[in-house]
Design a protein around this ligand. Sequence first.
Ligand code: PLP
Length: 281
Amino acid sequence: KTVLFKDRLIPKEEVSVSIDDRGYYFGDGVYDVFRIYNGRLYEQEAHLLRLERSAWEARIALPYPIREIGRKLEELLNEEKVLGGTLYVQITRGEAERIHHFPERAFPVLSAFCKSAERPLEKIRGGIRALLLPDLRWLRCDIKSLNMMPNVMAKQQAIDSGYDEAIFERNGIVTECTSSNLLIAKEGTLYTHPANEFILHGITRGVVIRLAAELGVPLLEQAFTVEQLMKADEVMVIGTMAEVTPVVQIDGKPVGAGQVGPLAQKLQAAFEATFDPDRTG
Ligand code: PLP
């Protein structure tokens, strides 16, 4: 298995991460996850721009211009020849003695690897069950930071309780999920949390907003409450791996009729048409 580490494509076994890497002891870094369909990076430009923005907001200087990082990721994918899966990339602030403020001489550390993965078709077709939990994250969820503790804890709590995913709520407002955004449908209109500092600005969310417009389905980027969530006709999780996954149960109560709804099916069909599902593992 080949990975990208610093500026080189090397066998995974040859990677040696420094104990001085700020990503290692502070989670001081940013990342992004691309979807691979048919051996190609899906929405490559949008992911690269988001990575560049995350780094900028975190005041991490990119080790190379974003276009060059894009070329390196393509080289990695060409080497790995993954047809369906994901490509993970992270940039940490660099290696230095453990002090809180930014070190003077640290060079950011870039690393990336590919992973083969099947589309989660059972969940996409049949829907998932979600658990509502308080959003304990910081107030810059728009930065794709390596600090994932609240997401990891919430996801595990959901699984421990027999659910598939956690839905975050902050002061009665529904924000998003642990690794996906959320969409609800009420009387034919779709609602999703506005792209501000309370959520990650999902690439899939952007694609779905575009698709809804093309389909003539009204969509509002407007915050909604827990009460509105529980009374929604349909609820969908949208993300790089989840694509458009219906939520059919929340906290043990059925969403709408408790089945995959018509808008979810419509969006799924439109989403699948943006790549070629027949050739993807
Ligand atoms: N929200 C969070 C917290 C995430 O971690 C992710 C994805 O990784 C998303 C939303 C969905 O974003 P995207 O569609 O770019 O995968």
